[in-house]
Write a protein that binds this ligand. Structure first.
Ligand SMILES: [Zn+2]
Length: 264
């Protein structure tokens, strides 16, 4: 697959979830029609396996395998050799989520599972897809420590980014990309951060079925709505949609497919 064949790369969606059981194939066909590619992201061992099945069946689909921090009862061991599969282009989503009330024990468990993902990403040399809520200091500590150890093998994307330019700077300094989601289309609260992050370091994602952009707010989201996010970015950057779309696809290829784009 070549970047020219893709109009939008939705780097984070969950077409593997049951919300798509009734019309999954129709959405997948329409995505091909509109030249939209996606990474289907696993959140458990079971949904990681389903993400790979979709990726193996459809050329515009790729997979990420991992355990969501709020599902941290499962261990990375359960993923077995999934992470080594060719169409698995990232490890995640993984990270830390302190948005709920957690015991010290819960937090310790989350950190342990996250560190296992970071190790797995480093041994397989694949990028990470990071989920981080109310936990930036700990996430950045873990990533920085690993980076001192293994260098560029620690890389990835901070998914669903809604933090300040200050925190964005820390993620960029680490060499990571930042991806933006539907909420940037219905509030100006994130404009400053979007303006701050260079176009060359950002990507777009829907996080379908969640977080639908303005025109479908509150309803089920699908990767078919990804363009609305790109339009908002173009507006904030004072650029045209075609150039923005092209750069966003290039970024996704560089992070997720750079080693083996020719193989897909
Ligand atoms: Zn997600």
């Amino acid at each position: 697959m070549k970047p020219e064949e893709i109009r939008y790369f939705d780097v984070h969606s969950h077409l593997n979830f049951p919300q798509f059981d009734a019309d999954r194939e129709a959405i997948i066909a329409e995505m091909a029609n509109q030249k939209i590619a996606t990474i289907t992201v696993g959140t458990t061992v079971a949904t990681s396996r389903q993400a790979l099945i979709l990726a193996e069946k459809h050329s515009h689909f790729f997979a990420a395998v991992g355990i969501h921090p709020l599902d941290a009862r499962e261990s990375v061991d359960g993923l077995g050799t999934l992470a080594e599969e060719k169409k698995v282009v990232a490890i995640g989503e993984c990270g830390l989520d302190y948005s709920r009330t957690l015991t010290a024990e819960d937090k310790k468990r989350q950190r342990q599972i996250f560190e296992e993902h970071v190790d797995l990403a480093s041994t397989t040399n694949k990028p990470l897809i990071i989920h981080c809520r109310d936990a930036y200091p700990d996430v950045l500590d873990i990533l920085n420590a690993k980076k001192r150890e293994v260098g560029e093998r620690v890389r990835g994307d901070f998914h669903f980014f809604t933090s300040s330019p200050d925190i964005a700077k820390k993620c960029l300094d680490l060499g990571f990309y930042i991806s933006f989601t539907g909420p940037i289309t219905f509030t100006n609260q994130y404009d400053e951060t979007v303006a701050y992050v260079p176009l060359e370091r950002m990507m777009i994602e829907t996080d379908s079925p969640y977080a639908a952009p303005h025109s479908h707010r509150g309803k089920r989201n699908t990767p078919l709505y990804v363009e609305e996010i790109a339009r908002k970015i173009a507006t904030i950057k004072g650029s045209d949609i075609d150039s923005v779309a092209k750069i966003l696809v290039k970024n996704a290829f560089e992070l997720f497919l750079r080693k083996n784009a020719a193989e897909f």
